[in-house]
Ligand binder design. Structure first.
Ligand code: IDP
Ligand code: MG
Length: 140
């Protein structure tokens, strides 16, 4: 297993309900280390650019509105197989399909307000990390 880094976002539904510590505990209990973290208010342009891959999807406009509806916490997680491990800890996109014990099963409000984002490949992780963090802000 290779040590990897992945980009994680605690979404506005999570910050609004004061869940940042409980969600971070899930990452740390699973062996992922939070090696960079900051709280941000995303602009419409930032959220739109971050989710540009979903531009043609029917939920894109609502997703951008949701992601700018309150603060987010962006993070870099590091550990063995971090990309896949984080997706496992997060659970399925739709909380109705998420496995017991996952973040989305325990905390998500809906398929849209599903508490966390996690990169879906090592390649996308590198792009997404660079979107939010300068190299000097990441301390492994
Ligand atoms: P992921 O976050 O599990 O990788 P994606 O398919 O990449 O899921 O979708 C990005 C985000 O868009 C989801 O986390 C969720 O917030 C939102 N989303 C995905 N599918 C839907 C949908 O069918 N309706 C509303 N929002 C959706
Ligand atoms: Mg995705």
């Amino acid at each position: 297993m290779a040590v990897e880094r992945t980009l994680s976002i605690l979404k506005p539904d999570a910050t609004r309900r004061n869940l940042t510590g409980r969600i971070n505990a899930k990452f740390e209990e699973a062996g992922l280390r939070i090696i960079a973290q900051k709280r941000l208010q995303l602009s419409e342009a930032q959220a739109g650019a971050f989710y540009a891959v979903h531009k043609e999807r029917p939920f894109y406009k609502d997703l951008v509105a949701f992601m700018t509806s309150g603060p987010v916490v962006v993070q870099v997680l590091e550990g063995d197989d971090a990309v896949a491990k984080n997706r496992e800890i997060m659970g399925a996109t739709n909380p109705a399909n998420a496995a017991p014990g996952t973040i989305r099963k325990e905390f998500a409000e809906s398929i849209e307000a599903n508490s966390v984002h996690g990169s879906d490949s090592a390649e996308n992780a590198a792009t997404e990390i660079a979107f939010f963090f300068a190299g000097t802000e990441i301390v492994g």
